[in-house]
Design a protein around this ligand. Sequence first.
Ligand code: MN
Length: 705
Amino acid sequence: MPTIDALSDRLSSYLSTEQIQQVRRAYFYAEQAHTGQRRRSGEPYIIHPLAVANILSDMRLDYQSLMAAMLHDVIEDTGIPKVALSEQFGDVVTELVDGVSKLTHIKFESKEEQQAENFQKMILAMAKDIRVMLVKLADRLHNLRTLGALRPDKRRRIGRETLDIYAPVAHRLGLNSVRVEMEELCFDAMYPMRSGLIRKAVTNARGNRKELVDKISTALRNRLKEENLPSRVLGREKHMFSIYTKMKEQRKSLNDILDVYGFRIVVESVDMCYRVLGAVHNLYKPIPGRFKDYIAIPKTNGYQSLHTTLIGISGVPIEIQIRTEEMDAMAKHGIASHWLYKTDNNEMAGSQRAQQWVQNLLELQQSAGSPIEFIEHVKVDLFPDEIYVFTPKGRIMELPKGSTTVDFAYAVHTDVGNSCIACRIDRQLAPLSSKLQNGQTVQIITAPGAQPNPAWLSFVVTGKARSNIRHFLKSQRRSESVSLGERLLNKALSALGRSMDDIEQERIDLLLEETSLESIEDVMEDIGLGNRMASLVARRLLAASRDTDIDLEAFDNEAPLAIKGTEGVVVNFAKCCNPIPGDPIVGNTSSGRGLVVHTATCKNVQGIREDAEKCVILSWDKDIDSEFSVDLRLYLENRKGVVAELASAVTQADANIEGISVEDRDARLSVTQLQISVQGRKHLARVMRRLRAIPGVNKIVRIKN
Ligand code: MN
């Protein structure tokens, strides 16, 4: 049974006494936290974290990873909060533990291959620090080693998930020994019969072939010695899962696969690799087309080696891999091999080297023009710029980093985006502008007839969401502009004692020709947007002549245009004076922006009041049921509870508070700004009456400009 003392002994080969002390402290903390808990096998729970730390110590990972390994199930299984851990062990270790716990929560359900790949990327992206992934892989590996204690169906589920997700992730990171062990254990767990048969065949073959293997390796060793090439020659065992996959995918018989003899030659330098290659090609004849130089062009996960196949004694094929010690370590431990070489006790050195490694690989692969698949996967880990979230049905969606729920809704479907009104993130209601995080489940709530909000444009990040919202607003603006333009034109015509019915088609055609527009709707849109004057268009339609003077008197008598407040994007209420029903109002038509409604007394329209081109007299429609914002400034004596009384007075008058802020305050008095929504002037008067009745309210002013 492994013990903490045995581990400490082994750690002393590469960690300082102080670091080992920290690892031990984490161990004893976890031991206490898990007191009374047992593994399914009946052993005390602490055996598991200790074993995980042992696996990581084989990769010579740093002391913080080992501490995280000891503590990795503490948050999850013992109810000790994250803050307690960070007080004890600091933020770095706590973040590692938290990262592992988050990965544990995510369950992979889908069977589609592409989804599996996205899932791999998602968990890599979630492990912001690559060490989180290494701890998680070690955790999974130990769970697989102890699978025997579980029910068969659970065994199969874990086996499937590991083969779909964790083994490929280990492969991406070049952690070959972890990957191979995972595959062997899963194969055993999922197909006990098949793995049993293959194991037996391999054992038999080994016995039969021992003599030949010895002969070949002696021949290789002797030749390399003669040529004065110091090296290690090793026989290679085939793994059961890889034999099984080859049989299935390449339709080869077990004998075909077992009849290939594998050897590895490990040397000191790259130069030596090529000299050894020359020597073995001299010894046995190489099979043409089977030589691969993965030293010059490494595999996408950083694997480097020379591969060649020879025809040996009595015609047997011999597969040979030639590489340096460093490449050999890389082939076994991948990204983790960068923790293998210690420098100056610098705790960051491992991660920095890992990052450097990824960077080098990127450059290497770009120059070699080979697929950069692996880099993309590691990039989401070390330089994250994508996120992965679930739909309620468990599909994984890939989105750019910073995406919001609205981006998600449009990614699902344009209609979902256009009609979304609310959302749930991990079952909690959340604002539509919420930025999504890796691993969240997002549910969009839609309503028939709902419309995109222009404000969404300020937070969406995907092109799809942006262009769909823009497109929708544009067509909405078109229909609203046309209807406003039509009203303005009718008003202008009626001021001249006519209506649209009086206009002959010829006149309309003439106008379209003059304006180079396609239809009368286009003309109305132009009027609605403020690009064209309704009175001028009306006069053109009636007279169709350029030199008739405009009868300005006629326009003075015109009936004002009635505003309802629900006209949409082409009628806006000015923020400077916040007009409400009951206020005398005028409209400022500004080119391309439609109509902006101001109070008649607003300073901003005084300059244009006389300009019929820019200013339209407006009135309020008779029945209005919308609410309008208005700003009040209150001069208050400081008294406990006065703000609460303000709020209740506003509510009692059936109005809503939209905002409140203190502008100025001294010992006795404060000036408070209150934004409320009301139906109109009468309603506002009622609210103000109630506010004035509160003791300590000295003065109330409605703010305009
Ligand atoms: Mn665990």
